[in-house]
Ligand binder design. Sequence first.
Ligand code: ADP
Ligand code: MG
Length: 347
Amino acid sequence: MFTTSRGIALVLALAISALTVAFLSLMESATATLLIVAGGISFSVSYLLMNITLEYLIFKEISSIYVMLEKIQKKDLSNVVDKPNRASISPLKKINKTINSYAVAKNKEIETLQKNAVFRREFIADISHELKTPIFAAQGYVHTLLDGAVEDEAVRYKFLKRAAKSLNSLDKLVHDLLTLNQMESGVIKFHFESFDLKDLVLEVIEELEQKAAKRDVLIRFYFDKKKSYPTYADKDKIFRVCQNLISNAIKYNHDGGEVEVHLKQHKNQLHVDIKDNGQGIPPEDIKRVFERFYRVEKSRSREKGGTGLGLAIVKHILEGHKSKISVTSTVGKGSMFSFELPLEKKN
Ligand SMILES: Nc1ncnc2c1ncn2[C@@H]1O[C@H](COP(=O)(O)OP(=O)(O)O)[C@@H](O)[C@H]1O
Ligand SMILES: [Mg+2]
């Protein structure tokens, strides 16, 4: 009985009313009725006040602290929510709030750890799968050769060439993975320098022209010949960005398709659009093409020598330049990838 707020309030109220009655009885004019009324009033008022104070300021807070501690002990923090920060004079309310914030922070930490664990598991599964494909192919050709195909000169050359192709894609994959990993962990540093973006795009196009010609794809570059396009960025990495985007525009195009590269200056920014009239990307895939290993058509990309890491690397490089990549696409009509770099102002 004495451990509930009512019990304690009852005892205290009795004591207060007894004291009041005792005090009043010392007065000569005090009648029995007055003593009874005063005793009754002081008992009821103190009982009410004590009960409310104990219940709302102490017992309720203690019981919610207890509930929260029990949750922390059981590591069951899934439905703990951050309470609004209302100013309060009660130290118990403050303790309660602190414990609640601690539980919310712990809950977030647990959720992040769980997400990371899932991500790691999926990533390892993806890598193993990606590595397995070229290893398996090369292994197949080499074993067929060892089992006798090596005697046949025509087959020998064809199989060795295919095994070499698989090993090349394995090399490219490992190389891209390392780049991405080093960029994420901050090992690869950015080396900023001044250069003309138009010259860099021209270099990339020159490098990819042969690849485009093989598929009869025409690359057109639009820029103002009278202008220069100076920027301050990591030249090698921006080369890689343009190379990846233009090579995708060729790869995921039809034979005889077209690729347009537009370089424009908008106020203090240089704006690059890489447009193709190829197969396009379905709306449900468009957000995911920047994820590692995400491909719209798995077999088709691999067959074209894709690692599925190109756009993830592009995204990272542009983030390192405080810029971002954007894409719009219509299935059957084509896609457009765009990014911006700052215009370097001449003093
Ligand atoms: N210009 C484009 N047109 C259509 N699909 C594209 C284009 N660029 C990228 N994609 C899609 O996005 C996927 C991811 O691209 P990327 O990261 O460069 O990997 P990949 O190594 O497969 O080229 C590709 O597999 C392809 O399905
Ligand atoms: Mg690519």
